[in-house]
Design a protein around this ligand. Structure first.
Ligand SMILES: Cc1ncc(COP(=O)(O)O)c(C=O)c1O
Length: 362
């Protein structure tokens, strides 16, 4: 019998092999990457500046840090560029060397993997389905009182697409500061939020030194292969310690050059936000009335759906979508998600319409 393997993440190569499909024929609703692809103007500028590869990048990334400073509204010496937010997750955990970590879950699995390589213990605090995965901050604070020294959260969160808004975040940061708890916030998806200033904790880096925020260009700027990430903290001693541990020139010179252009590409940023905001509203509206799926209020460029129809599994829905050339994420491998869930990101309008048609057949 041909037993279907469990696919982790969005392993498009394995999935295509199993279903005998060409990668080029699949619309990837699982990678959470901006469907507009790389900005045309960035692409043209990068193509005509390939000579930057013949030099080492500036070791301090001064110009890039200044551009990020303008983009995020913080001083340039708050910024640490790196090799994707993945490198910075690892470097932050290694430098902070926590003893007892709490992770807000369900969430991205890399935090747990990196923590397992450190000496820290790790526990999950579960966002509750009964609260629509909206965080109960006083309850989280009560849990944190049990000796935790490090808190990890992703905001907006992958895979729930829920977010902690700034009012609640400030209360949480103040509590953590009073209890000597360092907070890492992964803001990989924040630029897709309906109102970014309601979600981002970047302005708090001026007042809270128990905080580091991680971001990157992989998702919003559709550049996961560029490996440009950056950390933001007002804690200069901590930033310096991370820098001392970091491999020199960890971000390549083409990434540093093109990254600067991306953050200044206002047209691309506006076009992306217009597409995501309007399609997110339309998709939510169209799925609202279905009995089969429950939709949670999304703040990122993806939606989490709970399957409510008895007997229907996330694997069934995945199967039907992939047979029609659309790869969604079957969420059965996420820790702390009990039940049947799927996640898919917002692609171009015509692709979203095709996916909605399939989902409505269930
Ligand atoms: C929440 C989250 N953080 C970080 C990453 C990795 O980002 P980067 O490409 O910047 O290393 C991902 C990738 O899927 C993600 O979902």
């Amino acid at each position: 019998m041909n037993t279907r393997p469990v696919f982790h993440g969005s392993d498009i190569e394995k999935i295509c092999e199993y279903y005998h499909l060409n990668k080029e024929d699949i619309v990837n609703f699982a990678a959470n990457v901006n469907p507009l692809g790389l900005s045309e103007s960035v692409k043209a500028a990068a193509a005509s500046h390939l000579d930057v590869l013949s030099s080492y990048p500036d070791r301090e990334y001064t110009s890039l840090r200044e551009t990020i400073s303008g983009y995020c509204g913080i001083p340039a010496d708050f910024v640490l560029p790196g090799n994707g937010s993945s490198e910075l997750i690892s470097l932050l955990i290694e430098t902070r060397a926590p003893k007892k970590t709490l992770i807000l879950g369900p969430t991205y699995s890399e935090y747990s993997r990196e923590l397992a390589l450190s000496g820290s213990s790790q526990d999950y605090y579960h966002l509750r389905e009964s609260d629509d995965f909206v965080l109960d901050i006083p309850d989280l604070c009560r849990t944190l009182e049990n000796g935790y020294d490090f808190l990890i959260l992703c905001n907006p969160n992958n895979p729930t697409s829920s977010a902690v808004l700034t009012g609640g975040m400030e209360a949480l940061l103040a509590f953590c500061r009073a209890h000597d708890i360092f907070v890492m916030i992964d803001e990989t998806y924040v630029e897709f939020a309906p109102v970014v200033s309601n979600v981002t904790a970047v302005p708090f880096t001026r007042r809270y030194h128990n905080l580091m925020i991680l971001r990157g260009v992989s998702k919003f700027f559709a550049a996961p292969g560029m490996r440009l990430g950056y950390g933001i903290t007002g804690n200069k001693d901590f930033l310096e310690k991370m820098r001392e541990k970091q491999i020199p020139w960890s971000l390549n010179s083409l990434g540093a050059y093109a990254g600067e252009l991306m953050f200044q590409d206002l047209e691309y940023i506006a076009e992306t936000r217009a597409l995501i905001l309007s399609e997110r509203e339309r998709i939510c509206r169209e799925l609202e009335d279905t009995e089969t799926f429950k939709v949670y209020s999304p703040y990122a460029n993806f939606l989490l759906l709970k399957i409510r129809k008895p007997g229907l599994t996330s694997a069934d829905v995945f199967d039907s979508c992939i047979q029609n050339g659309m790869m969604i994420r079957d969420c059965s491998s996420f820790q702390c998600l009990e039940g049947e869930y799927i996640r898919f990101c917002i692609m171009k309008q015509e692709d979203n319409t095709r996916l909605l048609e399939i989902l409505k057949t269930f």
